[in-house]
Design a protein around this ligand. Structure first.
Ligand SMILES: [Zn+2]
Ligand SMILES: [Zn+2]
Length: 294
């Protein structure tokens, strides 16, 4: 007897659908069980990596270096993403973009906005950076050259809101509530100050350590180094010597085989999906020789 294919498929659905739903449901429960007591770790990982993604993708590669283009709508999404994931320590694309262009123009000279060569300690450098950044963002610095301000994205009212104390304290209260709700041991509270200050910490790691420790692919006129051979920590930012050599190149890695830049991988996908357009630069990425760092 030949059975109607429709009948067969409805029978199969009747058998398989509940099985699939049950497997999915029990898997979800298991994952939830596994992740129990890991909430603080998950929050810190999200703030670290997603916050860092918006810093390197939007503030650094887009606002400062314009290594790719995107629509005004895409820009707005990035402003909002930066606010959500940098939270209490939101950085303005305008202030960051201008200050960072100055860093490249004056790297490791007396005019550099942050340099381990001229700042006595990591903390004095962080404080000086914060002061310069605030005065640029608040537009208190007059006579900034056009090359530093040209086409830096700005969303004035949103920036004002995201930098306000209401927003900063609001995020701070949220982090504290999260820790209060999910911390299971006293030592987990030690991570709370890191949550408050994540973006300046990210900045300091690169601006200080990637100008002291690491290896070089290029002889450049500053102290920039590739801090990690495989960047699992800084979303590609740690290939800092490559970046100082080719400032406007979207890919910070790719000079040596192991230099994989996670942010560039995401950018490549976004470019293929037509959401951004990476500017292709005709630069030779051949390294000039390996030197051990100081
Ligand atoms: Zn640098
Ligand atoms: Zn840069």
């Amino acid at each position: 007897m030949i059975r109607d294919p429709k009948e067969v498929s409805s029978e199969l659905i009747e058998i398989f659908l509940p099985t699939i739903v049950t497997i999915f449901y029990t898997t979800c429960l298991r994952v939830r069980q596994q992740l129990k007591n890991m909430e603080i770790l998950i929050l810190m990982l999200v703030l670290w990596y997603v916050g860092l993604f918006f810093q390197t993708f939007f503030l650094h590669r887009y606002a400062a270096h314009q290594s790719f283009t995107m629509s005004k709508f895409g820009e707005k999404i990035c402003f909002i993403g930066t606010w959500i994931f940098q939270g209490s320590n939101y950085l303005s694309a305008y202030g960051y973009g201008i200050m960072h262009r100055m860093h490249h123009a004056y790297a490791d000279t007396e005019k550099d906005v942050h340099s381990p060569k001229y700042d006595k300690s990591l903390f004095s450098m962080m404080w000086r950076t914060k002061t310069i950044y605030s005065s640029i963002t608040n537009k208190e610095v007059e006579g900034i050259e056009e090359r530093f301000t040209k086409d830096v994205p700005e969303w004035h009212w949103f920036d004002k809101f995201a930098r306000s104390w209401v927003s900063r304290i609001g995020w701070g209260v949220f982090y504290t509530w999260f820790f209060y709700t999910y911390a299971t041991a006293w030592w987990q509270w030690l991570a709370l100050p890191i949550a408050f200050l994540m973006a300046p910490i990210h900045g300091a790691i690169i601006n200080w350590f990637a100008h002291i420790y690491g290896y070089v692919n290029y002889k450049v006129g500053d102290t920039s180094k590739n801090m990690l051979p495989v960047d699992f920590l800084m979303m590609g930012e740690s290939y800092h010597n490559n970046h100082h050599k080719h400032g406007n190149r979207a890919n910070f890695g790719g000079v040596r085989w192991h230099e994989i830049d996670p942010t560039y991988v995401i950018m490549w996908v976004l470019d293929k999906l037509g959401m951004i357009h990476i500017k292709r630069l005709e630069v030779s990425v051949k390294r000039e020789g390996l030197k051990k760092a100081a």
